[in-house]
Design a protein around this ligand. Structure first.
Ligand SMILES: *[C@@H]1O[C@H](CO)[C@@H](O)[C@H](O)[C@H]1NC(C)=O
Length: 452
């Protein structure tokens, strides 16, 4: 939807994926049944057909001829819809007592294991290369900030909305899987476990609890990340030349469910508090990235280290995204939301099909239409396009201990504005909207809103 307008600033050569699926999975929904060599798949598909026939023979439809068109539609539907009731008895990695969900134990041949599982579960094959599971989470205890849990709920609602609109699964975790891996380190055991729990997913998308989607229409340009296994927001010169620990942000990342990623996360996490080298790593990171102001080893600087210092080993599979707000700094964004709202409103006044009421389920198609009118808006700072993800770095909604460089009002008003800005996009499909981004009350929208 947006990729054609985005230029790739990266100077990496095209690299073939280090973690390919052993066989490309057919993306043609109608042909996958014939390309598959699994008997189980044919069996499953046949029983689906029998079910369709059986069903139609019991039912008298006004037009009861079962022509090829309806047949192929049914095929398409059954091959696109994952079968949640089917798990054959064939052994997979799940049956291997050596396999662990936890970090710290080397997994081998994960790509083959995943692929075998997919072969045994053919209804998941269609779309497997694009399947994304979003993961987010927070601490096991209640927030200390009195409105912290309310804010986290709203941040989570926003992610659920985004996932529902785009057909992604989402997991909220609030258990500390490895008690020694606290704070920002806690996400890695979750991502590790999720890779195994979701062999059907190609990508795991970690989004911090204090980040939210401020453009509900924008979709990840996955084609761009074909040769890459990890995507983070970052700027190569800040990491390689300036050696700044803020040359990237580790609060949002997309990681491919593959062997490379498991190996990479083991290296990454080996700088964490669960290891005897934690203190040593704190010193190493601080002496490499001079602007790092706290002594503890942290995941963000650790990632910058692996990119800058262990460059040959990892960097060619890591995509530093900065063409759009893969993750954006809230201070830069919040002040622009009002003008962006107005710009979109004007757009809808001009273009009738953009303001047409429609089912929420088909709203992606309206995002595609809108793209025509946003082509020249650019991305990022200064653009009047909605920023994709706004990250409230340093506001600490749960603990309430916001960074001293911000004021409390900046943080709380900023979060309310951004959450309402995003929620307006959702409520629109339900016929309601907030007139003011700082107000929580909504009002019903008239027909043909916004009328020119
Ligand atoms: C918003 O738009 C107004 C009017 O066009 C302009 O004066 C103002 O500078 C804009 N604000 C921001 C933050 O861009």
């Amino acid at each position: 939807m947006v990729t054609s307008e985005l230029s790739n600033h990266h100077h990496h050569q095209h690299i073939t994926n280090n973690c390919p699926m052993a066989k490309p999975i057919s993306r043609n929904k109608n042909s996958s049944i014939f390309l598959s060599d699994g008997c189980l798949f044919l069996g499953g598909a046949l029983s689906a057909l029998i079910l369709v026939w059986g069903f139609s023979s019991f039912t008298t439809f006004p037009n009861d001829t079962l022509n090829f068109e309806t047949l192929s539609q049914n095929d398409a539907a059954s091959s696109r819809t994952p079968d949640l009731t089917f798990d054959p008895p064939d052994k997979t990695f799940f049956d291997d007592p050596q396999m662990r969900y936890t970090m710290g134990k080397k997994v081998r041949n994960w790509d083959e294991k995943r692929e075998e599982w997919l072969k045994l579960h053919p209804s998941f094959s269609a779309g497997a290369r694009e399947r994304v599971v979003m993961i987010t989470g927070s601490q096991p205890e209640p927030c200390r900030n009195p409105i912290g849990d309310h804010l986290l709920l709203r941040f989570f609602k926003n992610k659920v909305d985004y996932c529902r609109l785009h057909g992604y699964d989402i997991l909220y975790n609030n258990a500390l899987l490895d008690p020694k891996m606290f704070a920002y380190w806690a996400k890695y055991p979750v991502v590790r476990a999720a890779m195994m729990a979701h062999p059907e997913a190609e990508w795991i998308w970690w989004v911090d609890s204090d980040a939210l989607f401020t453009d509900m229409e924008f979709k990840l340009p996955l084609e761009r990340y074909k040769g890459y296994n990890l995507v983070v927001h970052g700027w190569p010169h800040l990491i390689h030349e300036k050696r700044s620990w803020t040359g990237l942000n580790a609060g949002v990342f997309l990681i491919r469910n593959c062997q490379w990623s498991l190996d990479f996360m083991e290296s990454w996490a080996s700088m964490g508090p669960q290891t005897p080298n934690y203190e040593k790593w704190g010193k190493t990171l601080r002496s490499t990235f001079k602007d790092k102001f706290f002594p503890e080893s942290d995941d963000q600087t650790g990632l910058a280290y692996l990119i800058a210092i262990e460059k040959d080993k990892w960097a060619d599979r890591i995509y530093l995204e900065n063409d759009y707000y893969f993750e954006g700094y809230w201070k830069e964004i919040v002040g622009t939301l009002q003008n962006i709202s107005e710009k979109y409103m004007e757009m809808e006044k001009r273009v009738r099909r953009l303001r047409r009421r429609h089912a929420e389920k088909v709203s992606e198609s309206y995002g595609d239409i809108r793209e025509e009118y946003l082509k020249d808006s650019g991305f990022g700072k200064g653009s009047l396009r909605r920023p994709f993800i706004t990250h409230f770095t340093g506001c600490q909604p749960c603990s309430g201990k916001y960074n001293a460089m911000y004021s409390a009002d900046d943080c709380w008003n900023g979060m309310h504005k951004a959450l309402n800005f995003a929620d307006n996009q959702v409520m629109r499909n339900y016929g309601f909207q907030r007139s003011d981004l700082l107000l929580n009350s909504v009002s019903p929208l008239p027909y043909d809103y916004p009328h020119p």
